[in-house]
Design a protein around this ligand. Structure first.
Ligand SMILES: [Zn+2]
Length: 104
């Protein structure tokens, strides 16, 4: 009896004329097989080997792009806010004159 390149004949010889039960149980995946089955720990995308996950990298790039766009929008709104604030400050500075004019 032979399984892959392991010959059991020698071991089984001593059980000649006996009924034997051979139990074959999996105790884990073989090293090579295991390497092929690497999946990304974040998204579960199957990978060829250890390293950066292509799907996650894409997602990170997308997020970075979004973030950059948001930063630009925020900067734009901050600029508008700044302009609006300055306009209000100018208005506030004019205000006391109007009030004092009313009072006087
Ligand atoms: Zn991933």
């Amino acid at each position: 009896m032979q399984l892959s390149d392991i010959d059991f004949s020698e071991h089984l010889a001593k059980y000649r004329d006996h009924e034997v039960v051979i139990i074959i149980a999996s105790v884990g995946k073989a090293e090579e097989e295991w390497k092929e089955q690497i999946v990304c720990g974040i998204c579960g995308f199957p990978q060829d080997g250890a390293g950066e996950c292509p799907r996650c990298r894409l997602e990170i790039e997308e997020k970075a792009k979004e973030l950059r766009a948001r930063r630009e929008r925020e900067a734009f709104f901050r600029e508008i806010e700044e302009i609006a604030r300055k306009a209000w400050e100018d208005f506030d500075q004019e205000d006391p004159d109007i009030q004092s004019a009313d009072m006087g």
